[in-house]
Design a protein around this ligand. Structure first.
Ligand code: HEM
Length: 542
């Protein structure tokens, strides 16, 4: 009798444990099961498809399942929104119920990444965003033009000699160095010196307060690159990240264990991020002690606000400030560099676009005349359509036909993550609190309803006087996201890219390298990048 009670008890316990496991694995799916979606492989979901096809897979699923569908990263369902009007609903109309971002598994164990603006939530996000917004006001950005311009000149100084020897340049590497330097100066007030430090303005400071030692700088940049490239959404990441994708509950304990084991990928990531954090901490502390820091860079603006008593010192602790400054480096370098490289690559393959662009840039004035912020806005209709956009209330950012089309063609950030903070209805489905809702900006940009012949590079499709542009949904093209949570660095990035393009095309034109693959191969981590870089031949203009 006692034996059978024990047996029953054991069976009951096993059932409870099994029920718990099943509930844990299938609970998230169950809550959104009414949203259509492709069949999934238990445990792994659609991760293999993402690894194989990258974000293009979302266009295929959008055709099959409609504008809102389920996609599974391991056990975690993502509700993918692939329609301009529904994106407006998520990003703007229902913003108050969907204002935070979900934390993707690769970042779940990284305090460095989680303390930035991107992943902060609710009240902390509001305070932080409001504090740093001043750095992105037009007047502040206009003051940055000479700094950006001098970095552009330094970064492209060697092109003359490259043109003479007719060798390939890896343009994507040049643009990454340029974008990193620009954001280093604007965010930290530090010249990393990647684009040749000696000729850049007087505000140059030494990295970490030490001599501007090349090894120090390249170490820092390598750590930065390592830290960003480890953020992966497939099975090529560290063991704790893979567990985070499959069974998130195990990520934290495994991370705690694995990070202590030298030689493991987790150990390397921890070692790298610890160094990075301590370097950033050193920069922050040095600036804290500097009574004459001014308010030119982002770091100083936050420190000034903190000291003025406008911000709670508990909110802006050193580690949060370091994370914010670091995030700027992260968010501002790879994205801007990718966009600049894709624009130059695409123009190199389209002589008719190049011809128009050159005519406009040559018409601006003598080669040594530097464009001001106002020139950038008003004097480059093909490159810059600010004048025309003034009347378009829906697209708040002025940007160029060429840049816009390049951003549409290769959308660097094809997915934007959000999370519901209460039950909310989207597209006819009730999404419970805590649902991960991801906006598929990349799918919108290739939707032929809004962009006929989407595989053609045609900047004129953005001309405000053309039928295509007039008929397009106002939120069909949102490479910087939308609503209150849209990209804070949008104007900063566009200003830098415009300055770079004007400077480059005044002196050079570019052709595809015969050694480069066609079409370009892309890789997707958290943002898109070129798998093998962008290799070009540079030709000096007469
Ligand atoms: C071509 C360049 C860039 C692209 C395509 C881009 C794209 C994006 C996108 C799509 C988002 C998410 C928006 C949303 O959720 O609606 C975002 C957010 C963000 N970006 Fe950018 N970005 C670029 C450059 C920059 C630069 C230069 C900076 C910094 C100087 C920056 C800083 C940020 C930050 C801090 C956020 C989070 C904003 C928040 O949550 O309040 N980005 N970006």
């Amino acid at each position: 009798m006692i034996g059978s009670i024990e047996l029953l008890f054991n069976i009951f316990m096993v059932l409870i444990v099994l029920g718990g496991i099943l509930g844990y694995l299938y609970g998230p799916y169950w809550r959104v099961r009414r949203v259509p979606g492709p069949p999934t492989i238990p445990l792994v979901g659609h991760i293999p498809l993402m690894a194989k096809y990258g974000p293009d897979i979302f266009s295929v699923f959008a055709e099959e399942y409609g504008p809102i569908f389920r996609f599974h990263i391991g056990r975690q369902p993502l509700i993918i929104v692939a329609d301009a009007e529904l994106c407006r609903e998520v990003g703007i109309k229902k913003f108050k119920d969907i204002k935070n971002r979900s934390i993707p598994p690769p970042l779940a164990a990284s305090p460095l990444h989680q303390k930035g603006l991107f992943l902060t939530r609710d009240a902390r996000w509001v305070t932080t965003r409001n504090t740093i917004l001043s750095v992105y006001q037009p007047s502040h950005l206009a003051n940055l033009v000479p700094t950006m311009q001098s970095f552009v000149e330094c970064a492209t100084e060697k092109l003359d000699s490259m043109a003479k020897v007719e060798e390939d340049i890896t343009f994507s590497a040049i643009s990454l160095r340029l974008a990193t330097d620009v954001i280093g100066q604007a965010a930290f007030g530090v010249n990393f010196g990647l684009s040749k430090p000696q000729s850049v303005g007087e505000s140059v400071e030494k990295f970490d307060g030490k001599d501007n030692n090349d090894d120090e700088v390249s170490d820092f940049i390598n750590q930065h690159i390592y830290s960003t490239t480890q953020v992966k959404m497939d099975f090529s990441g560290s063991l704790s990240i893979i567990l985070g994708l499959l069974v998130p509950i195990l990520q934290w304990p495994f991370w705690q264990m694995l990070k202590r084991i030298p030689g493991t990928m987790d150990g390397k990531i921890e070692h790298n991020n610890r160094h990075l954090t301590s370097r950033l901490g050193a920069v922050v502390e040095k600036r804290m002690k500097d009574s004459r820091r001014g308010s030119k860079d982002f770091l100083s603006v936050i420190l000034n606000a903190r000291e003025s008593g406008r911000l709670s010192k508990n909110v802006f602790t050193t580690d949060y400030i370091s994370a914010l400054a670091y995030e700027h480096l992260l968010a501002g370098s790879a994205t801007t560099a990718f966009t600049l490289s894709s624009a130059v690559y695409l123009v190199a393959g389209h002589p008719e676009v190049e011809k128009k662009l050159l005519a406009e840039i040559d018409g601006f004035g003598p080669p040594d005349q530097m464009a001001t912020a106002s020139d950038l806005q008003h004097k480059f209709p093909y490159l810059d359509q600010a004048r025309l956009l003034k009347f378009q209330c829906c697209i708040e950012e002025s940007s160029s036909l060429v840049i816009k089309e390049a951003m549409r063609f290769y959308m660097v950030s094809p997915l934007v993550a959000r999370e519901t903070s209460r039950d909310v209805e989207i597209g006819g489905y009730i999404l419970p609190k805590g649902t991960w809702v991801w906006l598929a900006l990349g799918v919108l940009a290739k939707d032929q309803k809004n962009f006929p012949e989407p595989e053609k590079f045609r900047p004129e499709r953005f001309d405000p006087s053309c039928k295509e542009e007039k008929q397009r949904h106002p939120y069909a093209f949102i490479p910087f996201g939308l609503g209150p949570r849209s990209c804070i660095g949008q104007k900063f990035a566009i200003q830098e890219i415009k300055l770079a393009l004007i400077h480059l095309y005044r002196k050079y034109v570019f052709r595809h390298s015969p050694y480069m693959e066609s079409p370009l191969e892309l890789e997707f981590g958290i943002v898109l990048k070129f798998k093998n870089g962008v290799k070009l031949r540079v030709i000096k203009r007469k």
